[in-house]
Ligand binder design. Structure first.
Ligand SMILES: Nc1ncnc2c1ncn2[C@@H]1O[C@H](COP(=O)(O)OP(=O)(O)OP(=O)(O)O)[C@@H](O)[C@H]1O
Ligand SMILES: [Mg+2]
Length: 266
């Protein structure tokens, strides 16, 4: 079976700016010839230090950035070749959630409006069916139906992240990309979000790309881990194998820093 999502020797260069005149002075290789694939139902964790290129890779995979080189494929079809209806359909396949839900949710829209938007754009439900679907989505993410009338600022950080997850699930994606979804939350709230993601994944057999600084969270949630450094993937292996037998000294360093115990909870 073809991968849901695939990167084939993808690179992204950003112009490097220097000095007051902001003159062009070469380029940063934020992502450097990365190949990876997300199979149906796969849970892959992406770890690496700040600035190593995780978000850039995520944006390339979501089609929010165009690769400088290489290509991203959705079900084997290069993103760059999709147009019109096929492009719109591909957007349903991959959905994402971000670190700061306050920035990614429109502050003037109620939760109901936020969750309606994808349903209306993709003509999935209207009228009574739409309201019923919104109730279901809120239930899935553990929020009361009455929250549909609230604005993002009337929610806690954890609740906002739940709305972000509900919005992503509205389109029944085959893959969910989470870029540091718990980094701005309290530890206990973050753990609840991790538990929610794990439950949703198991119920829906949805593929997950989970980006985090937190190797411990990644090891708990994901079956495979990819270690990124300076725009490259150093190590990609099943979680247990990677932790018990790291192939790269840098991976070993991350494991030691996280003081990982494979049998512990997150
Ligand atoms: N729009 C941009 N223009 C120029 N350089 C950028 C841009 N976005 C990111 N970069 C640079 O590309 C590199 C990778 O950035 P990226 O945001 O992908 O890292 P990251 O691994 O997500 O970091 P973090 O863990 O802090 O979120 C960094 O050196 C960053 O400064
Ligand atoms: Mg990032």
């Amino acid at each position: 079976m073809a991968a849901v999502l695939e990167a084939i020797t993808v690179s992204k260069l950003y112009p490097k700016r220097r000095g007051l005149l902001q003159r062009w002075s070469g380029a940063i290789r934020a992502v450097d010839q990365v190949s990876c694939a997300l199979e149906p139902g796969d849970a892959v964790g992406l770890v690496g230090e700040s600035g190593c290129g995780k978000t850039t890779l995520a944006k390339l995979l979501m089609g929010l950035l165009t690769p400088s080189d290489g290509e991203v494929r959705v079900h084997g079809v290069p993103l760059g070749r999709l147009r019109g209806g096929a492009l719109k359909a591909s957007k349903r396949v991959v959905q994402c959630i971000f670190q700061d839900p306050l920035n990614s949710l429109n502050p003037r829209m109620t939760v109901e409006e936020i969750l309606s938007e994808p349903l209306l754009i993709h003509r999935l439900a209207s009228g009574g069916a739409r309201r019923k679907r919104i109730e279901e989505l809120l239930e899935t993410v553990g929020l009361p139906a009455a929250y549909s009338r609230r604005l993002p600022r009337e929610l806690s950080g954890g609740e906002r992240q739940r709305v972000g997850i509900a919005r992503a699930l509205a389109l029944e994606p085959e893959a969910l990309i989470c870029d540091e979804p718990i980094a701005s939350l309290d530890l206990s709230v973050g753990v609840r979000i991790l538990e929610l993601l794990r439950a949703i994944r198991r119920e829906r057999r949805m593929a997950l790309l989970f980006i985090s600084h937190d190797l411990r969270a990644v090891a708990w949630l994901c079956e495979r881990i990819a270690v990124m450094r300076d725009g490259r993937l150093l190590d990609v292996a099943p979680t247990e194998e990677l932790i018990r037998h790291p192939r790269h000294p840098y991976t070993e360093l991350l494991i030691r820093a996280a003081a990982l115990d494979l049998d512990a909870s997150p």
